[in-house]
Design a protein around this ligand. Structure first.
Ligand SMILES: NC(=O)c1ccc[n+]([C@@H]2O[C@H](COP(=O)([O-])OP(=O)(O)OC[C@H]3O[C@@H](n4cnc5c(N)ncnc54)[C@H](OP(=O)(O)O)[C@@H]3O)[C@@H](O)[C@H]2O)c1
Length: 252
C-alpha cells in the first residue's frame, strides 16, 4: 500500500474509507437518499440515516438501513431536536436531500408554495443551523436542482435558491449539487409527468448533442439515483468541491 511506503513528509490522500468520515443523511428515505446511503456504506463510510419518526414505512427502512450497516435516527423534525442530534452525531458530512412535490403537497392539503417554503427550504435551513452549532462544522451537501437562480420565478426554484443562499451565507463548508431530472425504473413512485419530461428532454438533448450542443446535453439530461448518489458522494469527499456548485455534468 502506498501509505505504508510513504515518507514522513508525504501526506497520503484522504480516502473515502477514512474512518474520520461520518455522514448524516437527511432525506435518506427518498429515491436519491436511499442510493446515497447505499453508496456511503459500500465505501465503508459510517452513516446515520434519518427516517421520519412518523414514517409509515419506518420498519421497512430500519431493516433496509440496518442490513447496510447504517445507524438509523428518528429525531422528529423540530429545529432544536435536529440541532441536538447533529451535535451528538458530530458528522463530517451532512447530506440534505429533502423536498416535496406539487402532488404530495396537494395530497397533504397544502398549497405548493407553502409546502416548498416549509419543506424544501424550511427543513434544509434547520439542518444548516444545526450543522453550524456543531463543535466542528461539517460540510453540508445540498441537493438543489439544475437551472436554479437567485431570480427564480417558480415557487419550487425560489425555495431552492433560498436554501442555496442560506448555505452560502452560513459559516459552513458546503457543496451545492444541481442535477437535472432524477428518474429511473427503480423509483417506487410512478411520477409519470417527470418520467415523460425526462424521456422527451433526453431525446431532444441527444439531438442537440449530435449537433454540437454537448454542454447543453450534459447539463440537462436525466440521471438515475445510483449514478447521482455516486456523484454526490464523490464531490462531497473532494476538497476541490468545497464551497462550489456541482452541476449535472460533475455528478455523472
Ligand atoms: N426528482 C427530480 O427530478 C429532481 C431533480 C432535481 C432536484 N430534485 C430535488 O432533489 C430532492 C430529492 O429528490 P428525490 O427524487 O430523491 O425525492 P423523493 O424521493 O421525493 O424524497 C424526498 C425526501 O424528502 C422527505 N420529505 C418529503 N416531505 C417531507 C416532510 N414533510 N417532512 C420530512 N421529510 C420530508 C422524504 O421523506 P419521506 O420518505 O418520509 O416522505 C424523502 O426522504 C428533492 O428535493 C427534489 O426537489 C429532484
Amino acid at each position: 500500500m502506498a501509505s505504508e511506503r510513504a515518507h514522513w513528509w508525504y501526506a497520503a490522500p484522504r480516502l473515502a474509507t477514512d474512518r474520520t468520515v461520518r455522514a448524516f443523511v437527511a432525506g435518506a428515505t427518498g429515491y436519491t437518499g436511499r442510493a446515497v446511503v447505499d453508496t456511503l456504506r459500500a465505501q465503508g463510510i459510517a452513516t446515520v440515516a434519518h427516517v421520519r419518526a412518523d414514517s409509515p414505512r419506518k420498519d421497512e427502512y430500519r431493516d433496509r438501513f440496518e442490513r447496510l450497516g447504517a445507524e438509523i435516527d428518528n429525531t422528529p423534525w423540530e429545529a432544536e431536536a435536529i440541532s441536538e442530534t447533529l451535535q451528538r452525531v458530530a458528522p463530517t458530512l451532512v447530506f440534505a436531500l429533502l423536498g416535496t412535490t406539487r402532488a404530495r403537497a396537494r395530497s397533504e392539503g397544502m398549497a405548493a408554495q407553502q409546502a416548498y417554503a416549509r419543506i424544501d427550504y424550511g427543513l434544509t435551513k434547520w439542518l444548516i443551523d444545526g450543522a453550524q452549532a456543531c463543535a466542528v462544522p461539517p460540510r453540508l451537501v445540498y441537493l438543489s436542482a439544475a437551472g436554479v437562480r437567485a431570480d427564480a420565478s417558480s415557487a419550487y426554484a425560489a425555495a431552492r435558491a433560498r436554501s442555496e443562499a442560506a448555505l452560502r451565507d452560513s459559516k459552513l463548508p458546503w457543496t451545492i449539487a444541481r442535477p437535472s431530472f432524477i428518474t429511473g425504473s427503480d423509483r417506487d413512485e410512478s411520477r409519470p409527468l417527470e418520467r415523460i419530461g425526462a424521456g422527451v428532454g433526453d431525446g431532444l438533448l441527444a439531438v442537440a448533442g449530435m449537433l454540437g450542443g454537448r454542454r447543453l446535453r450534459d447539463r440537462y439530461r436525466s440521471t438515475d439515483a445510483a449514478t447521482l448518489a455516486r456523484g454526490l458522494v464523490r464531490v462531497a469527499l473532494d476538497p476541490a468541491f468545497e464551497c462550489r456548485v456541482a452541476e449535472s455534468e460533475d455528478l455523472r
